[in-house]
Write a protein that binds this ligand. Structure first.
Ligand code: UDP
Length: 235
């Protein structure tokens, strides 16, 4: 394996298989892949998105206050965490969910040193509720958590796209995929696969990011083994 400790970001879209809510079949398949990686001895922490339930920006367009809408977004991520935890435990992997908003009945609070201890014991750690703060994205939280727990790489698992393109391939025929991209070029081109705050945080602390597709089974294992798939964003 190419890495000892990784932070995997799973977009909310992944959990819903493109629809609103959680698709148990899709989550079971992701859990199987994550469990295989954990069993191979790599320490894995996951940051879970929530776009399959609520995005603050969309609720704001519907007339809600942004900060309350963002809290709804963060609560949505926790449901995805519990679904992922459930299927990972069915795979026989010990897991802990830690949330940035306290909810003692369902999860531990976010305690980074305890998270590291879980990882050292071979447990999968799933981070939910974003940063606990409105106006952030779970991409930015993924960069922050990766840095705080000392992950060597931030793996950005995506649904419906297999990397970073120079334009949106769904709307721009002939859009070109990058194999490698610098943080500066990503920001200069104003690309939107992850938000600029996440990319600039990764740039400031030299955290490499790999964007790859979760639509092909086994890709999480491939990327953790160092196989060159998707797009790597680095210095
Ligand atoms: N969110 C937030 N603060 C955070 C992380 C997330 O307010 O630290 C809210 C925000 O409204 C966001 C929603 O939670 O739209 C769901 O997260 P995100 O859009 O990042 O999920 P993804 O796109 O990965 O599914």
């Amino acid at each position: 394996m190419a890495y000892r400790r990784v932070l995997l970001k799973l977009s909310g879209e992944v959990f819903g298989g493109g629809a609103v809510g959680v698709d148990p079949k899709v989550v079971a398949s992701i859990a199987r892949q994550v469990a295989d990686v954990v069993r191979s001895g790599v320490q894995v922490a996951v940051v879970v998105g929530g776009g399959n339930f609520f995005r603050g920006a969309e609720l704001q367009q519907g007339g809600m206050d942004r900060d309350r809408a963002d809290y709804m977004g963060m609560l949505g991520t926790v449901m995805n965490c519990l679904a992922l935890q459930d299927f990972c435990e069915k795979e026989g992997i010990a897991t802990r969910v830690q949330t940035a908003i306290a909810m003692g009945q369902v999860a531990e609070p976010y305690i980074p040193r305890r998270a590291e201890r879980h990882l050292e014991k071979g447990r999968l750690v799933i981070f939910g509720a974003g940063s606990g703060m409105p106006y952030f994205s779970t991409d930015t939280v993924a960069a922050q958590r990766a840095l705080e727990i000392g992950a060597e790489v931030l793996l950005m698992g995506k649904q419906g796209t297999d990397g970073v393109y120079d334009a949106d391939p769904r709307t721009t025929p002939g859009a070109t995929k990058f194999d490698d991209l610098s943080y500066d070029e990503y920001l200069a081109r104003d690309l939107k696969v992850a938000d600029a705050t996440a990319i600039s945080m990764a740039r400031d602390y030299k955290l490499p990011m790999v964007f790859f597709s979760l639509d092909t089974a086994g890709n999480i294992g491939r990327v953790v083994a160092g196989e060159k798939i998707g797009t790597t964003v680095h210095a």
